[in-house]
Design a protein around this ligand. Structure first.
Ligand SMILES: C[S@@+](CC[C@H](N)C(=O)[O-])C[C@H]1O[C@@H](n2cnc3c(N)ncnc32)[C@H](O)[C@@H]1O
Length: 247
């Protein structure tokens, strides 16, 4: 898993049309949710920060953000990106299934955004992660995860998922994934075609990963089992469904 994200790190912002715009837009949306559901929030723990898409935006909004990720390279880049923006972001490497053992307790909010939780490939591992997130929180604290809506995704093999075309200097990148389902999991190949616009020559970087196509109903059930109250799915508040619960 971390191999996939370690290798993806230098290309990660290419997933977005404009990464800085996405940082800002996502933090505006998350800030609105935080104000609505847990208005006293000051400290935020992001247990799958990647290169910092949400952690950086929330730090820019004034939250005291602690961030971690399984991928060492992504954590390192999140730290660099925060430094370049003169932000105080505490970043470390940690598996979310050990979030409490690593970070301890006392946070107002724990987040895991952009379909990170379904990288855990069975209910037991997800329940372990949710229990650890629960333990990281103060009483009354919130948990917020965002995930892909797998009920809306076709199942099968050779499924093409285009991500777009980006131009950076004299390089053009074409990004797409190919999914192959096996039961309720799928393997994905992420192809990044890197074309040199001055020579017309291209190379392809292909990275492999795996997801558990878990439904949001099942995720809500597991959150309740971990001890969270008022668990609910929110739609049309973020670019993918948001699931929240409170300790
Ligand atoms: C799609 S990325 C999202 C990253 C970041 N939240 C963002 O939106 O840019 C999924 C992230 O989950 C992380 N991840 C996967 N399994 C993990 C685990 N067990 N513990 C912590 N992070 C994990 C990956 O390393 C990756 O950074």
């Amino acid at each position: 898993m971390n191999d996939f994200y370690d290798q993806l790190t230098p290309f990660y912002p290419l997933i977005f049309e404009d990464w800085d715009d996405s940082i800002e837009q996502q933090s505006n949306q998350l800030h609105a949710l935080i104000r609505k559901f847990w208005p006293d929030t000051e400290s935020v723990l992001d247990v799958s920060c990647g290169i910092g898409t949400q952690a950086i935006g929330l730090a820019q909004k004034g939250y005291k953000v602690t961030a971690s990720d399984l991928s060492e390279k992504e954590a390192e880049r999140a730290r660099q990106e925060a430094d370049e923006r003169s932000l105080n972001l505490d970043v470390s490497v940690c598996d979310m299934r050990q979030a409490f053992d690593h970070h301890g307790s006392g946070f107002d909010l724990v987040i895991s955004a952009d379909n990170s939780v379904p990288h855990l490939l069975n209910d037991n591992d997800i329940l372990t992660a949710f229990k650890q997130m629960f333990a990281c929180l103060k009483s009354g604290g919130g948990c917020l995860i965002t995930v892909r809506d797998y009920e809306k995704e076709e199942r099968g093999r050779n499924l093409l998922k285009p991500y777009g075309v980006r131009v950076e200097g004299n390089k053009r990148y074409i990004l797409f994934q190919v999914w192959d389902f096996e039961g309720d999991q799928y393997s994905l190949a992420f192809h990044l075609v890197e074309e040199d616009l001055s020579t017309g020559k291209a190379i392809t970087h292909t990275l492999h990963s795996r997801y558990y196509a878990i439904s949001t109903d099942q995720l809500c059930e597991l959150m309740r089992e971990a001890g969270f109250k008022n668990v609910q799915r929110l739609d049309n508040v973020f670019y993918q469904p948001v699931i929240i619960g409170t300790k």
